[in-house]
Design a protein around this ligand. Structure first.
Ligand SMILES: Nc1ncnc2c1ncn2[C@@H]1O[C@H](COP(=O)(O)OP(=O)(O)O)[C@@H](O)[C@H]1O
Ligand SMILES: [Mg+2]
Length: 310
C-alpha cells in the first residue's frame, strides 16, 4: 500500500493563535506534527489547557488554524473541507442534545444534516450498537447520563465516518460508565474505525490507546506506542512512616532513601528492578520499625517531569 495512505490524519507545523482582543494574543499551538495511523486508537494526553481541544476542533473544521497543514483521510482541509468533514465524526466534550428529541429523531435529523437519505436501516443498527434500541422513542431528557453519551457517539457515527474523534469522553463520568464507554469505543475500533481521543487521565490513555502523543503547552513533548511510553515511566515512590524519629544525619544502609520529615522517608524506585517487599526488608535490616506505608503511583505531572528531563 502507498505509504501516505496508511495515515488517517496527518498534521504538519500546525499553529493556532487565539485573538483575545485589545491587541492580546495567545499562542495555543506552537507547531504540532502528528501522524495518526489508520485503525489505531490514538490518544492526545495532556493537562487542562494543553491545546488538545484546539487540535481536535481544527481537525473537525470548528476552529480555523493560523498556520500549518492538516490532512484528513487524504483530504487537505484547506482544499477539500467537505470531504474531510465527511470522514470524521466528532463527540464533543460537552453533551449537546435537544432534550425534546428522542434518540431516533436525533439520529434522523443528524442524518439529514449530513445529507444521508433513507438510512433507517443504518439508524436501526446504530441504535442497537449503542444499546438504545428500546429507548428509541424516549425523550433525550429522560435518558441517563450514560445513555446520553452513547447517543452522542451514535450521532457522530450516522454518516459512517472511518474516523471517530472523542474529546474527553469520560471526563466527569463515574467508574462503571467509564468501563462501558471504553468497551463501546473498543468495539467500534475492532469494527475498523480509527479512534482519536483526548484525555487528561493517564489511566485512560494506558487502558485505551495503542499510541499516544503527550501535549504540553501547545507542543508535543513525547509521542509513540503506549507500551514504549510507559516503560519510560518506570518509577514509583514509597512513603514510609517510622515508629520513631530518626536523627537528621541517619544514613540507611543499602537503600536510596530520603528523609522527608523526622519520622518519614521517601524511597523512589524502578518497579522493573525491585519491589516493595525487597525495599521493606531492607528497612528492617536497618533495625527500623515501620508504622505505615504509602505507595505512590506516578501521575501525569511525574510523566511530564520525566519526559521533559532530557
Ligand atoms: N476560543 C478561545 N479563545 C481564546 N483562548 C482560547 C480559546 N480556546 C482555547 N483557548 C486557550 O487555548 C489553550 C488551549 O485550550 P484547549 O485547546 O481547550 O486545551 P485542552 O483541551 O487541552 O484543555 C488554553 O490556554 C485556552 O485557555
Ligand atoms: Mg479540552
Amino acid at each position: 500500500m502507498n505509504n501516505k495512505n496508511n495515515y488517517a490524519i496527518k498534521i504538519e507545523g500546525l499553529k493556532k493563535t487565539y485573538n483575545l482582543g485589545k491587541n492580546n494574543e495567545f499562542e495555543a499551538l506552537k507547531g504540532i506534527n502528528l501522524k495518526i495511523p489508520k485503525k489505531s486508537i490514538f490518544g492526545l494526553l495532556g493537562a487542562n489547557g494543553a491545546g488538545k481541544s484546539t487540535i481536535i476542533n481544527i481537525i473537525a473544521g470548528l476552529v480555523n488554524k493560523t498556520e500549518g497543514k492538516v490532512v484528513v483521510w487524504n483530504n487537505n482541509i484547506d482544499f477539500r473541507q467537505r470531504n474531510a468533514k465527511l470522514a470524521i465524526g466528532v463527540v464533543p466534550q460537552e453533551l449537546v442534545l435537544d432534550p425534546f428529541f428522542t434518540p431516533l429523531e436525533t439520529l434522523k435529523y443528524q442524518s439529514g444534516y449530513y445529507g444521508v437519505p433513507k438510512n433507517e436501516q443504518c439508524i436501526e443498527e446504530i441504535l442497537e450498537s449503542i444499546g438504545l434500541k428500546d429507548k428509541a422513542n424516549a425523550y433525550a431528557r429522560s435518558l441517563s447520563g450514560g445513555m446520553r453519551r452513547r447517543l452522542m457517539i451514535g450521532k457522530a457515527m450516522v454518516h459512517r465516518p472511518p474516523i471517530l474523534i472523542l474529546d474527553e469522553p469520560t471526563a466527569g463520568v463515574d467508574v462503571e460508565l467509564r468501563q462501558t464507554l471504553w468497551s463501546e469505543i473498543k468495539k467500534l475500533n475492532s469494527a475498523g474505525v480509527t479512534i482519536i481521543l483526548t484525555t487528561h487521565y493517564l489511566e485512560e490513555a494506558e487502558e485505551m490507546c495503542d499510541s499516544l502523543a503527550i501535549v504540553n503547552k501547545g507542543e508535543i513533548i513525547a509521542e509513540g506506542k503506549t507500551s514504549d511510553m510507559l516503560k519510560k515511566l518506570d518509577r514509583k515512590e514509597l512513603i514510609i512512616t517510622l515508629e520513631k524519629a530518626l536523627p537528621k544525619t541517619f544514613k540507611l544502609k543499602n537503600l536510596n532513601a530520603k528523609l522527608i520529615s523526622e519520622n518519614q522517608i521517601k524511597i523512589t524506585f524502578k518497579p522493573s528492578e525491585t519491589n516493595e517487599g525487597v525495599l521493606i526488608e531492607k528497612i528492617y535490616e536497618n533495625n527500623l520499625k515501620i508504622k505505615n506505608i504509602n505507595s505512590v503511583e506516578p501521575d501525569l505531572e511525574d510523566v511530564f517531569l520525566e519526559l521533559t528531563k532530557n
